[in-house]
Design a protein around this ligand. Structure first.
Ligand SMILES: O=C(O)COP(=O)(O)O
Length: 220
């Protein structure tokens, strides 16, 4: 059966947001007088939403105290609101790929673990907002990827069945969420997978970029 819609992960799939996420982490840690992290650490820590990113930055021998974590989240929010989109870039092939998906007549959505307060501003600043009919952020629902709910909600809003919605992501969070929701899922290899290379065995296909993803969708 031909596909009826497609959804996309944001960080690591559409946009390389590590420079801004890392800058906000550096500013937060400095403000709280905590040991610094490298950009490489932040690259490994991104994936399960903002609170987990901050918690991982603050975890050395043990998890941070609740009050420190709370202060870290508040500080990160303030800094990232300022920085979000400044040094982030759209990956090569994304605009051409989204145009190709659109040419297939598929309505498109974003399903990200990024909080809503940062998702729409980033899509706007990157010039991508107009491609998407539906945006499900990390705090739109009570559950994030790898739970299936965000993708199921996107499918309902896109008026499609999960089995006919292709999800395109960069990580095991995307793959597990799609598998649990019953969506076909393909991955790009250039994003963030919490420090591991994404494995072609786990998804329906590993494609070099979104142009190749649209070619795969056309043949599905
Ligand atoms: O905010 C995160 O942790 C990751 O966001 P993503 O789901 O767009 O990769």
């Amino acid at each position: 059966m031909p596909l009826r819609s497609a959804t996309f992960d944001l960080d690591g799939t559409l946009v390389d947001s590590i420079p801004d996420l890392a800058a906000a982490c550096h500013a937060m840690l400095a403000e709280l007088g905590q040991p610094p992290r490298t950009d490489g650490d932040v690259h490994r820590f991104v994936g399960k939403g903002m609170a987990v990113l901050v918690e991982r930055c603050l975890t050395w021998d043990a998890a941070p105290e609740a009050s420190l974590l709370e202060a870290g989240i508040a500080s990160f929010r303030r800094h990232y609101a300022d920085i979000n989109g400044r040094a982030s870039t759209v990956y090569p092939g994304v605009v051409e790929g989204l145009e190709a998906f659109r040419a297939l007549g598929l309505p498109l959505g974003v399903v990200t673990n990024k909080p809503a307060a940062f998702t729409s501003p980033l899509l706007e600043r990157m010039g991508l907002a107009g491609y998407f009919e539906v945006v499900i952020a990390g705090d739109t629902l009570a559950f994030k990827k790898p739970r299936p709910e965000p993708l199921l909600h996107a499918c309902a809003l896109l008026a499609t069945e999960p089995g006919l919605n292709l999800h395109v992501g960069d990580s095991l969070n995307d793959i597990e969420s799609a598998r649990a929701a019953g969506c076909p899922v393909i991955c790009v290899p250039y994003g963030y997978n919490e420090g591991r290379p994404v494995d072609s065995a786990d998804c329906d296909a590993l494609v070099s970029d979104l142009v190749a993803a649209a070619r795969w969708a056309a043949g599905a």
